[in-house]
Every structure is written in C-alpha cells, then in structure tokens.
Design a protein around this ligand. Structure first.
Ligand SMILES: NC(=O)c1ccc[n+]([C@@H]2O[C@H](COP(=O)([O-])OP(=O)(O)OC[C@H]3O[C@@H](n4cnc5c(N)ncnc54)[C@H](O)[C@@H]3O)[C@@H](O)[C@H]2O)c1
Length: 164
C-alpha cells in the first residue's frame, strides 16, 4: 500500500479503525473520516500516519450479511464495477460475518448477550467471531495492486458462514 492514498469512513472504531491503521502502518497516506470527531482524532496517537476528518458519510442503509452478498446492494457493486472497469476504476466490497468490534463485544453485558454471542460464534463454521484486522486485510488486498484484475467482487469474510 506504499504510495497509495486512502479515504476510510467510519474510521474511529471497529472495522473502519482497523482498515485505516493497516495501510497507514505500511506507508500509505490515510485520511480517516467519522462522525465521532474525538474518536477519529485519537487515531493520530497511533504509531501510523493518519489524518482525520470529522463529518458524516452517506450511508446506503443496513443490510443483513446474506443480503450483502446477494441482494440489491450486491447488484450495485457488480453493476458499478462493470460500468467503471473501462476507465480503470475498480469497485469491490467485503461481506463480513460477525466481527469482534466494541459494539458486538458490548452485547456480553446485556441480558441474554453471552448466550447470543455463543450461538452466533457457533453459527460460523470456524467456531468463532472474526477480528476487525481480518476484515481489514481483505479490504487492503482488494484496494491494492495485487487485486489489479478484481472488480465487481463481493468477498465474504465470515469464517465460512455463507458456505454452510
Ligand atoms: N461488526 C460486525 O459484526 C459487522 C458485520 C457485518 C457488517 N458490519 C458493518 O460494518 C460497519 C462497521 O461495523 P463496526 O462493528 O466496526 O461498527 P462500529 O460501531 O465499531 O464503528 C462504526 C463507526 O462508524 C462511524 N459512523 C457511523 N455513522 C457514520 C456516518 N454517517 N458517517 C461517518 N461515520 C459514521 C461511527 O462513529 C463509528 O466510529 C457497519 O456498517 C456495520 O453494520 C459489521
């Protein structure tokens, strides 16, 4: 990712934070955006080069994991990916399973939360939840030159959940 410029939204925590820090640590210029201004500011204290922007990104709306891979949103990724390909613009996405971010881990303090988390973990064939860095690594690959012939792809990062 050296010499790349990256814009990461939702970068103050969870998957977005891991996604911002990974390329920054390998020499990319990263601009981190989030509605949580103080949170995004804290990224500057990490041993990496990240500049911060506080603001609101447009959100496409929530989708379930399965919808992420097969629903209308998936069609958008494939359609825009094919449409922009002649101009050398690649469009790809990841579809994460359940990832151990702060908001997911907070469930363990809620009534029924530990049982729910155990059930969700077991539903992933790998028998565990994913780590934010495991999603960040796939995003970094898709954004890198190593994925130069990949566009319109939606990559599940889900410990085999969709493969069941
Ligand atoms: N954690 C999971 O298991 C999981 C699984 C599949 C998909 N996702 C999706 O991945 C994304 C990140 O999940 P997470 O668990 O890391 O969440 P998170 O709550 O840890 O982080 C989300 C970040 O996005 C920021 N944010 C929210 N709305 C914003 C907006 N409009 N503009 C800019 N920043 C905004 C928040 O301030 C926060 O810092 C979410 O869209 C979530 O639905 C998460």
């Amino acid at each position: 990712m050296n010499e790349k410029s990256c814009l990461v939204t939702g970068a103050a925590s969870g998957i977005g934070k891991a996604t911002a820090l990974l390329p920054a640590r390998s020499g990319a210029r990263v601009t981190a955006a989030d509605i949580d201004g103080p949170g995004v500011g804290k990224l500057r204290t990490e041993p990496a080069s990240v500049s911060g922007v506080a603001g609101q990104a447009r959100q496409a709306g929530g989708t379930s994991h399965a919808e992420g891979c097969g629903g209308p949103w998936a069609g958008e990724v494939r359609g825009v990916g094919a449409d922009r390909a002649p101009r050398g613009i690649r469009v790809n996405a990841v579809a994460p399973g359940t990832i151990r971010t702060e908001r997911v881990l907070a469930l363990k303090d809620e009534p029924g939360g530990p049982a729910y988390l155990a059930e969700v973990s077991a539903a992933h064939p790998m028998g565990r939840l994913g780590e934010p860095e495991e999603v960040a690594r796939v995003i970094a690959f898709l954004a890198s030159d190593a994925a130069s012939f990949v566009t319109g792809a939606i990559v599940p990062v889900d410990g085999g959940y969709l493969a069941r």
